[in-house]
Design a protein around this ligand. Structure first.
Ligand code: PEP
Ligand code: MG
Length: 903
């Protein structure tokens, strides 16, 4: 091992630096870095992790020469501080703390106030002029030391509840009770003196040894105990979970104690180099005069602002640090500037002023919210503090998401307890009055009321009501259930699978956890977290920085390799997505044209087609349907002019389209000239036990090629007419639910034949297009080499690929997913983020085999995973050409793709 085992820091110098984390641990390395920057840190020294390793390899013995090295380092500290450990007149107190390479919060031990003995107490009393403060510090030392050093490190395992710490606390509680005190602060100096004597007697009685009244003994006891705590039960199990190797060891930091609670010239506080709430480049912080660090966090006293910029409603009458201690403030201000420049990021600082002397106790990268993250990153690029690439990595996709939706005011949300939790299906916050039917949602909305639609689950008939509602809440369904899919597509706040909800449609109420809420009552949803609150909570619009957001996303576009398209079914959605940066449509679900506003006529014709009994009747309905389909496709191709638009042929779960309402059934029977009974029979015949694996997608086209023919003709004619108008449509026709090359070939043959016919009809030479397929059935991924003989592009339908790969119904997983997550079977909902081990493997196999057959095969993803950052990174890694997601997630995908390219 190296000869040097102890590294000093303080007084503007340090033996180590921030890069030496392996040897000095994270804390030691950063303290060294701050010290060499000339930042006033309480001086101290670090005993290396190598010593820890030696300690364990040599039956808890230290390497030779270490005592002298510690001695020397201690002398340096004493020189800087002008105090001495154990000096009766001017005693130095130190802390002894752990510090591993990687932070292990609370897993190892700490001893504070080392150096307080019967010899040094009078000196400290004189020095501080505060006897009570000294005895309070002594009481804490005895408690910590006896617990950490004399009991834990000595390997004593007391019976439950009989540990020395608890026994000492019992003594204190007895005293407080006897005197009728409420808090620790009620105890007088005399009380504390008495308590310290009792503590020492108790330690002797319980542990059979006296509390050491000698400073060197205390110091080495502390060092021993911290090294020993590396192999304490908590630390060992934490290492197992986090995968931290045992041989890393911990370093020990011995550092001067500084006190912010010894009079009016002392203070303690926390600060940020920029405002973490809005990102403004203004120094921001709070402090308390005559206080300890924990007082600032505890909330028992109102902290004062450090300067004018930090004033708020709550603290505007308090005196700022800038006014109270102008010199100290100036010094602090310069230090924060220096630290931010050095670390090139916003820093979260802790400081203490002891008798008009400033000390920095900590600096670390500060946490921030979405708007602040964006503003800081862009400002720092302008200030040339960071590069554009750095800026891209500084904003997380979750922070960007915060910018795109109104959210519940976080300060207000903190005060409330949710009444239920479900799956976070549509982000942002929203609230309103509860309604239980789609029709009520529409009616109430027309009356100017804001409503939340609460359903067991939703189906296509509810779409208008879903549109009218501020938010949607369902008791059943998973992340790809109807409600989730539709809401996400609109960027609407939505919670699904909220199993605790007991919905009673007949009484127009739901109950949850013993509480009943009725129609008209107010609720508020946090769709980002899946939390439901009773009542109205105030909202906040986070998307004020649009200009900034756009320039940030432009930077992302310059870096990413993946294309970003959108899943959109209407020209409005397509336009919205284009504004948000979509470069095409990755999935146009044609059946969605039959939902929602203005879809009644088309839906009626579709229903006729579905329940038609023979090909004659069917062909008639198909001919009628043609104009609706063509119009819809044309609108979207026009909106996305010159960009690829993947149009998927009908993939309707047929049963969803059979009407349920009596009036509609009667209308349909009348139009078909059949009785209601006959209609019921035909509808029954469509019933499938397992419609998700039923007669859908390409299977429909295999049985009824005329349905495919009509749609393909609609696509090519729509494109031809746009070309005639000087536009540049680019359709990509996609066949869903394919499992074999031959079923695809049948459909594509139809497409090729119709293409020729349309060219002839419009006298065109060419319509730019592609013919391809979805890969959403596991078998299709395995036989991708054959499928690629036919397909010019693949689009991964990871909703169905996950459903069929796992055998989990995408609509029912909500019922048992919580058990799978709680028991650690699944790390996350596989319908939200791609299961990279299993489903990911299928995707990779499909890509590899597909590209073996066709080198320039275009490959994308159009399942809901296309907007999930971890899945986007996966898509980048496996070499896809693009991802496609709902319009509101396009910016997130742009960021995630850029980050993937930089990782
Ligand atoms: C899919 O299965 O991933 C897909 C996009 O299709 P749908 O969700 O319409 O089944
Ligand atoms: Mg699918």
């Amino acid at each position: 091992m190296a000869k040097k085992q102890v590294y000093s820091f303080g007084g503007g110098k340090a033996d180590g630096n921030a890069k030496m984390k392996n040897l000095l641990g994270g804390k030691g390395a950063n303290l060294a870095e701050m010290a060499s920057l000339g930042v006033p840190v309480p001086p101290g020294f670090t005993i290396t992790t190598e010593v820890c390793t030696y300690f364990y390899q040599n039956r808890k013995k230290y390497p030779p020469g270490i005592k002298q090295q510690v001695e020397q380092a201690l002398r340096k500290v004493e020189k800087i501080m002008g105090k001495k450990l154990g000096d009766p007149k001017n005693p130095l107190l130190v802390s002894v703390r752990s510090g591993a390479r990687q932070s292990m919060p609370g897993m190892m031990e700490t001893v504070l106030n080392v150096g307080l003995t019967s010899k040094t107490i009078p000196g400290l009393v004189k020095q501080s002029g505060d006897e009570r403060f000294v005895y309070d510090a002594y009481r804490r030392l005895i408690t910590m030391y006896s617990d950490v050093v004399m009991e834990k490190a000595a390997g004593i395992e007391p019976k439950e509840g009989r540990g020395i710490r608890l026994q000492l606390e019992e003594l204190m509680n007895e005293l407080k009770k006897k005197k009728g005190y409420k808090g620790d602060t009620d105890m007088t100096t005399e009380d504390l003196k008495q308590l310290c004597s009792r503590y020492k007697a108790k330690v002797k009685q319980v542990l059979g040894k006296a509390f050491p009244d000698e400073h060197t003994k205390q110091l080495w006891g502390g060092i021993d105990a911290v090294f020993s705590s590396w192999n304490g039960r908590r630390a060992v199990s934490y290492r197992r979970i986090e995968g931290i190797p045992d041989e890393w060891g911990t370093a020990v930091n011995v550092q001067t104690m500084v006190f912010g609670n010894i009079g009016e010239n002392s203070a303690t506080g926390v600060a940020f180099t920029r405002n973490p709430g809005n990102g403004e480049n203004k120094f921001y912080g709070e402090y308390l005069m005559n206080a300890q660090g924990e007082d600032v966090v505890a909330g028992t006293r109102t902290p004062a602002p450090v300067n004018e910029d930090s004033k708020s409603e709550h603290n505007k009458t308090e005196v700022s640090l800038e006014k109270a201690m102008p010199k100290i403030y100036k010094q602090l201000f310069q230090i924060q500037k220096k630290l931010e420049k050095h670390y090139r990021d916003m820093q979260d600082l802790e400081f203490t002023v002891e008798n008009s002397r400033l000390f920095m106790l900590q600096t670390r990268t500060g946490k921030r919210n979405g708007p602040a993250a964006l503003k800081m990153a862009m400002d720092m690029v302008r200030e040339k503090l960071i590069t554009k690439k750095d800026a891209v990595m500084r904003v997380s996709p979750a922070q960007l998401d915060e910018l795109l939706h109104p959210v519940i005011d976080p300060a207000e949300e903190k005060k409330k307890t949710p009444i239920a939790k479900g799956l976070p299906a549509g982000p942002g916050g929203a609230g309103g009055q509860i309604v239980f039917t789609a029709q009520d949602a529409v009616d109430w909305n027309n009356e100017g009321k804001k409503v939340v639609l609460v359903r067991e689950e939703t189906n296509p008939e509810d779409v208008e009501g879903m549109r009218a509602a501020q938010a949607i809440l369902t008791a059943r369904g998973g992340m790809t259930s109807h409600a989730a899919l539709v809401a996400r597509g609109w960027g609407k706040c939505c919670i699904v699978g909220c199993g605790a909800l007991d919905v009673d449609y007949s009484k127009k109420q739901f109950s949850v956890d013993g509480m009943t809420l009725k129609e008209g009552d107010f609720i508020t949803l946090n769709g980002t977290k899946g939390l439901v609150y009773e009542g109205q909570l105030p909202m906040m619009d986070a998307a004020q920085e649009n200009k900034l957001l756009n320039s940030f996303l432009k930077i992302c576009d310059g870096i990413r390799k993946l294309g970003v398209r959108t899943n959109a079914d209407t020209p409005e959605d397509a336009k919205k997505a284009k504004q948000l940066g979509a470069e095409g449509i990755g999935l146009f679900r044609t059946e969605h044209m039959f939902y929602g506003k203005g879809s009644d006529e088309a839906l009626f014709v579709l229903r006729k087609m579905i329940v038609s009994k023979d090909s004659n009747e069917r062909q008639k309905a198909i001919n009628e349907l043609f104009k609706y389909v063509k119009k819809d496709i044309k609108g979207t191709l026009a909106a996305m002019d010159n960009m690829p638009v993947v149009i998927r042929l009908l993939d309707p779960p047929l049963h969803e389209f059979v009407p349920r309402e009596k009036a509609r059934l009667e209308q349909l029977a009348k139009e078909l000239n059949i009785t209601l009974d006959e209609l019921a029979k035909r509808a029954d015949a469509l019933h499938e036990s397992n419609p998700m694996m039923g007669h859908r997608g390409v299977r429909l086209g295999v049985t009824y090629p005329e349905i495919s023919r009509m749609q393909i003709k609609a696509v090519f004619e729509a494109a031809a007419e746009l070309i005639k108008k000087g536009k540049k449509p680019y359709p990509e026709i996609m066949i869903p639910v394919v499992c074999d090359m031959k079923e695809l070939a049948l459909q594509l043959d139809i497409a090729k034949e119709i293409y020729k016919q349309v060219l002839g009809k419009y006298k065109l030479k060419k319509i730019r297009h592609k013919l391809g397929t979805m890969i959403e059935i596991p078998r299709a991924a395995l036989v991708a080499n054959r499928i690629a003989e036919q397909a010019e592009f693949f689009s991964y339908g990871t909703n169905d690929l996950t459903q069929m790969g796992f055998g989990f119904s995408r609509d029912d997983i909500g019922g048992f997913l919580p058990d799978y997550l709680n028991k650690g079977i699944l790390p996350q909902d596989p319908f939200q983020s791609i299961d990279q081990d299993g489903i990911g493997e299928l995707i990779q196999i499909g890509i590899e085999r597909g590209r073996k057959t066709r080198k320039n095969l275009e490959i994308g993803i159009c399942g809901e995973h296309g907007g999930d950052p971890a899945s986007v990174e996966f898509c980048h890694r496996v070499g896809m050409d693009y991802v496609s997601c709902s319009p509101f997630r396009v910016p997130i995908a742009r960021l995630a793709a850029a980050q993937a390219a930089l990782k």
